[in-house]
Structures are given as structure tokens and as C-alpha cells.
Design a protein around this ligand. Structure first.
Ligand SMILES: [Zn+2]
Length: 253
């Protein structure tokens, strides 16, 4: 499938998690300059009504990302309540509560889906956090999509590290298993990434895997940011103390 044909990517993880990406043009860098949140600041609004305990989990996940990616005493990624910023995320769990601002409304079932576009796509972009998906690890996974990370198994060299059982993938979701030319910052394949999909993602038969690690590895943890997850975010956003990376960034450090 040509990259230009990929309009969105969907993933199903612990429950239902999807990511939606802006269409990519041929020859574009995988994470484009405009898809990085300027200065690492992600304004957010929570537009659905959540229980306070659920709001606490969402905010704890945000705080954890901020703390883990901080470097040399400086915060690199900050989630803040939206004031009047033009570009922001709208966190919601049911369609009725989502305010469409320049984005098509995603086709989400209430309460059981989580998804985000990859990187900043402009205006009030949707971040669905279905109530059944609200655990700290799953919220961190989704927010790392929002920051610009793709699934680990989407990287171009993944066939060296995992096997894919195409016969067990739901037909309508085969496109989600395409390999993409994603900037990896010279980091090794990371089975431990919180961005790695689970072994039964989009399986027709959930008793059998769609993703099979080569060797003795476990995939799909949703507990912590791996060392490489943290380093990728730091490099993507040029956190202080990091070497300048090849990819263009909209701000200087
Ligand atoms: Zn995902």
C-alpha cells in the first residue's frame, strides 16, 4: 500500500484503542514538522463528563509523561488546560460530547474506544478515551500517539523482530500492519515499548496471535514508558541536553 493511501491507522490493544493519522504524502518525513507540538506544550480540554477518579487517572498519566521525559531539571512535555490556543486536544468518551472544530468526528462507540491521531494535526483534534480504556498505562499509550509516536511494530525494520500472521488479521484492518518509514533515532527495536501492540491485536481468533516476537520477548506492556519511549520523545522534541536530531523541529532548544 502506498503511503499516500494511508489515511488513518487503527489499533486495538488492551480493549479498543485506535490511532488516526493525518494522510501522509509521498516523500514526507514520517513525523512532520507541523505534527510536533510547539515547545512540547499540549493544550487539552476534557469535553465529556468523567468521574473524578477517571480525571485523576488521565491527569496522572499526563504528569507521568512530563516527569519521565524531563531532562536536566527541565520539563520537556507539558499538558495544560486549554486557554485560547488554536491547536489542542479534546478528550472525550462519547460522540455526543465531542465538539467538532475542523476535524471530522471519529466513528466511535461510546465508552469502549481509545484513539488519537499521530502528532499535532491542528485545531481541536479528538482524543477518545473510552471509559473502559482508562488506566494509566493505556492513557499514556494514547497520549504518546498524540505526541507523535507510532506503534513500534510499524517501523520499517520490524520484520527482523516480529512475524505477522496475516491470515489471522481481520480483513478490514490489514492496513494497520503496514510497515512505515518512521524516524527511529537510531534506536533498536523495542519489544518493551508501551507503544508496541499486543500479540492479539486485530486477531480474527483471539486465541491466536497476529504479532509473534522472534525470540523470547513479551510485547504489549501498558505499565510504564520504556527507556526508548522516553528517549524518543526527548529526541523528537529536542529536550534540553539532547543532541540535535535530523528531523526538522518548529522550535529551537
Ligand atoms: Zn495505539
Amino acid at each position: 500500500m502506498a503511503k499516500a493511501m494511508i489515511t488513518f491507522v487503527i489499533c486495538i490493544l488492551m480493549i479498543f484503542q485506535d490511532i488516526m493519522a493525518k494522510p501522509m504524502e509521498e516523500d514526507d518525513a514520517p513525523v512532520r514538522q507541523e505534527s510536533i507540538w510547539p515547545n512540547g506544550v499540549v493544550p487539552y480540554t476534557i469535553v465529556s463528563k468523567y468521574e473524578q477518579s477517571e480525571v485523576d487517572i488521565i491527569k496522572d498519566a499526563m504528569d507521568k509523561i512530563t516527569k519521565r521525559t524531563s531532562l536536566n531539571g527541565e520539563e520537556c512535555i507539558v499538558f495544560k488546560q486549554r486557554d485560547s490556543e488554536e491547536n489542542f486536544i479534546q478528550i472525550y468518551h462519547t460522540e455526543g460530547s465531542f465538539v467538532v472544530l475542523g476535524n471530522e468526528e471519529p466513528n466511535a462507540e461510546p465508552n469502549n474506544k481509545c484513539y488519537s491521531r499521530v502528532g499535532m494535526t491542528g485545531k481541536g483534534q479528538p482524543v477518545a478515551l473510552g471509559k473502559k480504556c482508562i488506566t494509566q498505562g493505556t492513557v499514556m499509550h494514547i497520549l504518546l500517539h498524540t505526541l507523535g509516536l507510532w506503534h513500534e511494530e510499524s517501523r520499517a525494520d520490524r520484520d527482523k523482530y516480529i512475524d505477522i500472521d496475516w491470515s489471522n488479521i481481520q480483513d478490514s484492518h490489514a492496513g494497520n500492519f503496514e510497515a512505515l518509514n518512521i524516524e527511529q533515532f537510531d534506536m533498536p527495536y523495542d519489544y518493551d515499548s508501551i507503544m508496541h501492540s499486543t500479540s492479539t491485536s486485530f486477531a480474527k481468533d483471539k486465541k491466536n496471535p497476529t504479532l509473534i516476537p522472534r525470540g523470547d520477548a513479551t510485547i504489549g506492556q501498558r505499565i510504564y514508558l520504556s527507556a526508548n519511549d522516553i528517549n524518543k520523545i526527548r529526541k523528537l522534541y529536542g529536550c534540553k541536553g539532547e543532541k540535535k536530531v535530523v528531523i526538522a523541529r518548529p522550535f529551537s532548544v
